[in-house]
Design a protein around this ligand. Structure first.
Ligand code: FAD
Length: 266
């Protein structure tokens, strides 16, 4: 049978539109497709929640691919071993408490397991603003990343979500938007993004987990964004904290969703 270009085109457009339309209202919207956002998306989707992840770049995986200084191996501490084992990411032990994983296997397995669990990923989409009413985040304002990169004068579109996770890494972009709209309104010590401190791996890993919390009503920070928002130190290329932070963000939201009456789709 001869392949028909228009059938191919129609299949892509119809399938994408179905996916997009069924995620303009979600339980959770994740901003950023790094390790913390992906694992949060995986946990939420696995629990049966409707969850969409928006990533500005073409590729998903954030800072995992390059390991440390482009040596594409990553280190994960023992505490996060259950996450690696659940996802099926192979690892090798170094000394008592360190595990080393192939960065490419980690990024691709995280992505594939999350999507197979039901996470809808929209790459090449930038989150440029939030939907906010009565001091609560209600969703996101989206545009195509190339529109943003080209500086085109094109209005964005919007999606609604019961919770948003800021997993945008060092940039802490969703918190940055909120801080502009509600000066002093973030639940950090200064009411603003406190900013990342110099490298201290041990302290940073525990603080990343501690700082994974609701930073504004409806907005939870995870991963490096949690560190940056609350002024934790950076930690270098160790990724256990990123994974555990995403899991914590997801479980915290699952608990809140279980307490609240559902008026959006699950
Ligand atoms: C310059 C640089 C310095 C680093 N320094 C450290 C360090 O000190 N310590 C450390 O542990 N790791 C560092 N890393 C590695 C890496 O960032 C993190 O360890 C890890 O990947 C963070 O995971 P994450 O899930 O928090 O976010 P990331 O892996 O950073 O993923 C965030 C994702 O969010 C996307 N994003 C951001 N804003 C938006 C938006 N508005 N809309 C849509 N998508 C968006 C980004 O494109 C990115 O893919 C560094 C990386 C870079 C690039």
């Amino acid at each position: 049978m001869e392949l028909d270009e228009v059938v191919i085109t129609r299949a892509i457009i119809e399938r994408y539109m179905d996916k997009l339309l069924s995620h303009v209202e979600t339980d959770v919207a994740v901003v950023g497709g790094g390790p913390s956002g992906l694992i949060a998306g995986y946990e939420l989707a696995k629990a049966g929640k409707k969850v969409a992840l928006f990533e500005r770049k073409l590729s998903i995986g954030g800072g995992v691919w390059g390991g440390g200084m482009m040596f594409n191996e990553i280190v994960v501490q023992d505490a996060a071993r259950p996450v690696l084992e659940e996802l099926g990411i192979r690892h090798r032990r170094v000394q008592d408490h360190y595990l080393v994983c192939d960065a490419v296997e980690t990024a691709s397995t995280l992505t594939s397991r999350a999507v197979q669990a039901g996470l809808a990923v929209f790459n090449c989409v930038t989150v440029e603003d939030v939907l906010m009413r009565e001091d609560r985040i209600l969703g996101l304002v989206l545009n195509w990343a190339p529109v943003d990169m080209a500086g085109l004068h094109i209005d964005p579109l919007t999606m609604r979500s019961r919770y948003v996770i800021d997993a945008t890494g060092h940039a802490t972009e969703v918190c940055r938007v909120v801080q502009e709209k509600v000066p002093g309104g973030l639940r950090t010590p200064s009411g603003r993004i406190d900013g990342e401190k110099s490298m201290w791996s041990d302290r940073a890993e525990s603080l990343t987990l501690e700082n994974t919390r609701e930073v504004f009503p409806g907005l939870v920070v995870a991963g490096m964004a949690a560190n940056a928002a609350f002024g934790g130190p950076r930690m270098g290329p160790i990724f256990g904290g990123m994974l555990l932070s995403g899991v914590k963000a997801a479980r915290w939201i699952l608990d809140r969703l279980a307490e609240e009456p559902a008026d959006t789709p699950s």
